[in-house]
Design a protein around this ligand. Structure first.
Ligand code: ADP
Ligand code: MG
Length: 569
């Protein structure tokens, strides 16, 4: 019996445990998507390959198994590149599969011909074109293994039309042979655990920083135990939120600047000392801070600053071993009498007061803080929160709380805008299969929403009840109100006098619901937001859009330090 490339690819993916595929079909991958469905993979057809790529990587982060993004040749694959870079920079597992022009058309101007393997190489851990149908299963297994083990990342599989159609004898295709054993977690060197424990035991102002590597590594139970036992303050990175609940008494997000600045020992669990953590350098950190760095990727050690202890290990077994060592040394802070805790609590109180004042200010047009307070008060506490946009994401991070791991998806290490709808689709698909009561709230700036807004159609088609909240300030960072915009644009040539950060004023994004025969919510007040969120929560078979018009000049709390550290050049 003959079996074609499409079917071999589909069955191999299934065999390797892949569950979800997001993509857009066209020549030569229409039959590929059909073969995927036939093999029992869940296929979600999207509207832009970039968004499909974002969805596939989010499912990889949520489940630990890479999702697949399926694209057509040439432009299809090229539209995935931004998504591949985002996954690679975030260290999330992803497999991209694109059709490519038939091999006998290569070099003579084939339809959508492009050097796709070479183009992908920079954005991948592994890029391959299987040389024959018989070898597809080998490369699929390798792609899954490379994408998900070690530091997770991206694999690209190129499938020329000729390979998709090529036939092999079924008994010659070793689909079942390539069934790699799950990779065992890497355990830490006990001597390094002892060293880490000794450094922590001597610390006066210890701090635990939890990153999205810890979330991906499913280390939440161990880390919560570590924090509860030792009472060491814990600070999550944006997507590390929820590994230790934001509402935990040990979480010091509201004193972030102070915690980073004053800590004398930092236990870094699955986070990198990159721009998001101000490179671990002065003026944001103490010059003599001792870092205990734990990472699955030894290439990451001593980046930017030298670590005191560098442990090559999976976070979970390391944390479990450390708990034991610290118990032996009886390391536990007294939160009520310890100076470090007192200093942090004081700072937390001052910062919380500012936020409270802002969020209680219901004057119209609303400020960001009031908007997020109203949203937070009305959504279920275990919601998955997708968030993007500049102020929307930054300010929302403090007010939209995560008490569970892997429940926040945002612009991430690469700061990519346009990820929201794709991430939300992936999260909603996963919820439907594994946590049907859970809701996905997709909180978007108006600019961010513009990148992938048409994915609302995908949400309708697949009946995904994503709640899209658009925090609309008429612009990028901040915008202008009607009068100011009119004034500015009457100044002469419209291309010369329209501010680059401006978007159209009071765009009625909620009316996108009407092209599907539904209606959306337009809100200007806290009461309207509360009513809209409640209404949206009652909808379970389609998305909702809540468009909130805020003060275009609303801004975030003044910061002690400017956003990025000053350049030393
Ligand atoms: P954040 O954005 O939260 O600071 P980063 O993406 O910068 O997090 O860093 C995550 C780090 O976690 C990466 O260096 C990655 O190699 C590491 N990592 C990922 N999974 C694991 C794991 N299971 N165990 C240990 N480290 C991990
Ligand atoms: Mg905006």
């Amino acid at each position: 019996m003959g079996i074609d490339g499409n079917t071999i690819l589909a069955q191999s993916l299934k065999k390797q445990g892949v569950e979800y595929v997001f993509g857009i079909v066209g020549i030569p991958v229409i039959e590929t998507a059909l073969a995927f469905q036939l093999a029992g993979l869940k296929y979600v057809g999207m509207r832009n390959e970039q968004a499909a790529c974002y969805a596939a990587q989010a499912v990889g982060y949520l489940t630990g198994k890479p999702g697949v993004c399926l694209a057509v040749s040439g432009p299809g694959l090229l539209h995935c590149i931004g998504g591949m870079a985002n996954a690679q920079v975030n260290c999330w597992p992803l497999i991209v599969i694109a059709g490519s022009c038939p091999q006998d058309h290569e070099g003579i101007g084939g339809f959508q011909e492009w050097p796709q393997v070479e183009s992908s190489r920079l954005y991948c851990k592994y890029a391959v074109r299987p040389p024959s149908p018989r070898l597809i299963p080998l490369h699929v297994e390798k792609a899954v293994r490379l994408a998900s083990s070690g530091r997770p990342g991206v694999a690209y599989i190129d499938m020329p039309g000729t390979l998709l159609m090529a036939e092999a004898e079924e008994d010659q295709v070793p689909i079942d042979y390539y069934n790699a054993d799950p990779v065992r977690l890497a355990h830490p060197d006990p001597a390094l655990v002892e060293q880490a424990a000794s450094v922590l035991a001597k610390a006066e102002r210890p701090l635990i920083i939890v990153g999205k590597g810890a979330a991906y590594g499913r280390a939440e139970d161990a880390i919560c135990r570590l924090v509860n036992n030792t009472k060491i303050p814990v600070l999550p990175t944006p997507m590390g939120k929820g590994v230790v609940p934001d509402e935990s008494e040990f979480c010091v997000s509201t004193a972030r600047t102070q915690a980073l600045l004053k800590a004398d020992v930092i236990l870094l669990l699955g986070a990198r000392l990159n721009w998001m953590l101000h490179f671990g350098q002065t003026p944001r950190f103490a010059p003599d801070v001792k870092v205990i760095q734990v990472d699955i990727s030894p290439e990451e050690f001593h980046n930017s600053i030298k670590s005191e202890v560098a442990v090559h290990s999976d976070i979970k077994p390391f944390t479990e071993a450390l708990i034991q060592k610290l118990a032996e040394k009886q390391v536990a802070l007294q939160t009520n009498s310890n100076d470090w805790w007192q200093a942090l609590k004081q700072k937390q109180k001052a910062n919380t007061e500012f936020v409270l004042a802002q969020s209680n200010d219901k004057s119209v047009p609303l400020n960001y803080y009031a908007v997020f307070k109203a949203v937070q008060a009305n959504i279920p506490k275990d919601s998955i929160i997708v968030s993007e946009g500049a102020n929307t994401m930054d300010i929302g991070r403090g007010l939209l709380l995560n008490n569970k791991p892997r429940h926040r998806l945002d612009a991430g290490t690469f700061g990519t805008m346009g990820v929201g709808p794709g991430f939300a689709i992936a999260a909603a698909m996963w919820c439907r299969d594994y946590a049907p009561e859970k809701r996905v709230i997709c909180v978007e700036g108006d600019s961010a929403f513009g990148f992938s807004g048409m994915e609302i159609e995908t949400m309708f088609r697949y009946k995904l009840p994503v709640i899209i909240v658009i925090v609309n300030n008429n612009g990028i960072y901040s915008g202008f109100n009607k009068e100011v915009m009119q004034d500015l644009q009457s100044g002469g040539d419209v291309t010369q006098c329209t501010p680059p950060t401006a978007l159209s004023v009071e765009v009625r994004y909620e009316k996108m619901m009407e092209i599907f025969g539904e209606s959306g919510h337009l809100c200007r007040t806290v009461e309207e937001i509360e009513a809209a969120v409640k209404k949206a929560l009652s909808v379970t078979d389609k998305p909702s859009i809540i468009n909130i018009l805020i003060d275009p000049q609303s801004n975030r709390k003044p910061q002690t330090f400017s956003w990025l550290t000053e350049s030393k050049l």
